[in-house]
Design a protein around this ligand. Structure first.
Ligand code: AHR
Length: 654
């Protein structure tokens, strides 16, 4: 700890020394034109069930394979005594398997099963957990009993509850257990504690305290981390899982709604995508389905932006055209899109609106955006997108439709798709870039010359990939510099979402990621703080910040953008110094508004070195903090240390 602070201090000190005698940079912030409006959807989040982001992550269910539907029915469970899988007279038609516990016949032995959770089950001292199970016995007048235990990582039972099961009808039984310990690698054990057999299905355990306390809810700390980003838009559910390796395994939203027990399991393609990160137990329970997604979007104040399959299986992974829907057979896919819009927005009497209302949300979710296709390319994509656009616009003329520019941010395929998107009149085009630090720095000017007549841009997936693929300060700084270009061009760039969002530290497939977590804790990456600094300082209009009348786009490693916020009558300037030297900067404040300044402040993001990263053990190593700032003679006088991101806010009197 001492070393870390010393290093940080040393770097500031050295920067200050270096700054001595350097030529000033003279920037100008003008109050003149409060430029184009910044889109209300500008900074958002993109969620995909990758890295155990949903099951084992945001979705607060603690039991793995709760319905015994994994291809190996007992995966995630350890059994003892007499345990069998059956599917006769099931409780749930779409998830028919259940487990039967019977007396082993030897009085000194018992029957039961343990669940290992997702890399263990995390329990917190004094927190309450809701255990539930659907159960029956083998006869109308027969009763039985089960005992539920929490088992600590030391293998000792630490809490228990008993449930009596009566009769041969499937009934849901619940019990609340309180944990006396904090331990992230516990198990849940269920014993048959009387001689009569019981059948059990949908065995579930949730913390009682979830985000907004919904029973089928989200892990509170992770959802709060999303809410703290104040995201404007929420892209979901992918990413590649929208596409499926074959069309049959694509994300099927209709399987994700209705009673949670009856949502059929789906494959998760991230189970096997990388052979060095193979996770045979990675499936999608769809417990976090489209209803939960719309609700969460509403609760964190983000516009939902669902992505639907366009009739193409993943073009990287599928076998070829045999895994694509023929163009004349797209109707079921188009219907999926139309029905989803009705599920979100239809009134209570419409077929799909009725289901939403029954699930607890009679009011529409007011969906305004929909994306068709993820990372598609080639002629096979526009020819499929076209009938979707026609059908959606015919029925919902105001719906904004997003098309894809493919997996690369440049090149022949990219140019081809952009020209097609213009032709098809897509409202927005989704660009993806996972690129090097050099690329991110060079692309701060990317949108300066984009046509203003085109569809708007959605930077739907991006992250700076350093050679070690870490969420380190270098990657965050380059993203911050790049984002000045998004902000300066907010008249054409309407949305931007970093990717991926979540990663379980024991179960990741892809990095870097915005938020890392284990079974009890989370860490916000430095990249998270960059996103947050932009989102919390979004403003309402683009403002002009220049050097020698030109935008500040990397000369001597300096990047800048500015916004005006009409609600607070403030100007907000973001400056990134990526160079190896401190830079003395004067930002002159041009215009009458700056005659009456009410207050000002400066927030800085700095790190001991470029490879620094926040970890679960040291989550706050690099986080925004206030630094001093002076305004003299209508100018901000500042010295920016080497490698830092500063946000200046100047509030004018109304
Ligand atoms: O974000 C991870 C993956 O990257 C997404 O699923 C896909 O769209 C992209 O290739």
């Amino acid at each position: 700890m001492y070393f870390k602070f010393s290093a940080a201090f040393l770097s500031l000190f050295t920067s200050a020394i270096l700054s001595f005698g350097q030529t000033d940079r003279r920037l100008e912030l003008s109050d003149k034109q409060n430029g184009a409006e910044i889109s209300p959807t500008m900074y958002g989040i993109f969620f995909e069930d990758i890295n155990y982001g949903a099951d084992g992550g945001l979705y607060a269910e603690l039991i793995k394979n709760r319905s015994f539907e994994f291809p190996q029915n007992l995966m995630g469970w350890n059994t003892f005594g007499k345990v069998a899988i059956d599917d006769k007279n099931p409780a749930f038609e779409k998830n028919p398997n259940y487990v039967r516990l019977s007396d082993p016949g030897h009085h000194q032995r018992s029957t039961g099963l343990d669940n290992e959770g997702y890399f263990g089950i995390g329990l917190k001292k004094d927190a309450e957990y809701r255990f539930s199970v659907w159960a029956r016995t083998t006869g109308e007048n027969i009763s039985s009993q089960i005992k539920v235990e929490f088992i600590a990582s030391s293998n000792s039972p630490v809490a228990e509850s008993r449930l009596n099961v009566n009769g041969d009808k499937w009934i849901k039984y619940t019990a609340i257990l309180k944990s006396p310990i904090t331990d992230d690698k516990c198990k849940v054990r269920i014993f048959l504690s009387s001689p009569n057999s019981v059948d059990l299905d949908h065995i579930s355990l949730f913390p009682v305290e979830t985000f907004n306390n919904h029973e089928n809810g989200m892990r509170k700390d992770l959802a709060l981390a999303l809410a703290d980003l104040k995201p404007n838009v929420f892209r979901f559910p992918g990413g590649c899982i929208v596409e499926g390796t074959e069309l049959d395994t694509r994300y099927n939203w209709k399987n994700t709604i209705g009673e949670v027990e009856n949502r059929p399991l789906n494959q998760n393609r991230w189970e096997y995508t990388f052979s060095n990160r193979y996770f045979p137990d990675y499936f999608q329970s769809y417990g976090l389905g489209f209803y939960e997604y719309f609700l969460l979007s509403e609760e964190i104040g983000a516009e939902p932006l669902p992505v639907l399959n366009c009739g193409l299986a993943c073009q990287y992974q599928c076998r070829g055209p045999q895994d694509h829907a023929p163009v004349d057979s797209l109707q079921p896919f188009i219907d999926d899109a139309l029905d989803l819009i009705e599920f979100a927005n239809g009134d209570e009497n419409s077929k799909w609106g009725k289901i939403r209302a029954k699930m607890g949300h009679p009011q529409p979710f007011n969906l305004k955006y929909i994306a068709i296709g993820n990372e598609q390319w080639g002629e096979e994509y526009p020819v499929r997108l076209e009938p979707f656009i026609k059908a959606i616009k015919r029925k919902y003329p105001k719906m904004n439709i997003i098309g894809s520019a493919g997996p690369s941010p440049d090149g022949k395929d990219f140019d081809y798709l952009w020209s097609k998107m213009k032709e098809l009149k897509a409202d927005l085009v989704d660009e993806h870039y996972y690129r090097s630090p050099e690329w991110f720095l060079s692309q701060a000017k990317r949108y300066d010359n984009y046509s203003r007549k085109s569809p708007k841009v959605f930077a739907g997936e991006y992250a700076c990939h350093t050679s070690n693929r870490k969420n380190n300060f270098e990657s965050a700084l380059c993203e911050a510099a790049f984002m000045t270009g998004l902000e300066r061009n907010a008249d054409i760039v309407a949305m931007a979402t970093y990717a991926p969002l979540f990663a379980h530290k024991d179960g990741w497939q892809w990095k870097p990621d915005l938020i890392w977590f284990d079974n009890l804790r989370l860490v916000k990456s430095i990249n998270y703080y960059v996103q947050q600094l932009y989102s919390l300082n979004k403003g309402s209009n683009i403002a002009s910040i220049t050097e020698n009348n030109l935008p500040v786009t990397g000369e001597d490693g300096l990047y800048a953008s500015a916004v005006y916020d009409k609600n607070s009558n403030s100007y907000i300037v973001k400056i990134i110094n990526t160079s190896d030297k401190a830079q003395k900067i004067d930002i002159s404040l041009k215009g009458k508004k700056f005659d009456k300044i009410k207050s000002w402040n400066c927030t800085a993001l700095q790190a001991p070195d470029l490879d620094a990263e926040n970890t679960i053990e040291m989550p706050d190593l690099v986080a925004p903090r206030r630094v001093d700032m002076t305004i003299n003679d209508k100018a901000i006088k500042t010295t920016m240390p080497s490698k830092c991101f500063y946000v200046y806010k100047i509030e004018c009197i109304k």
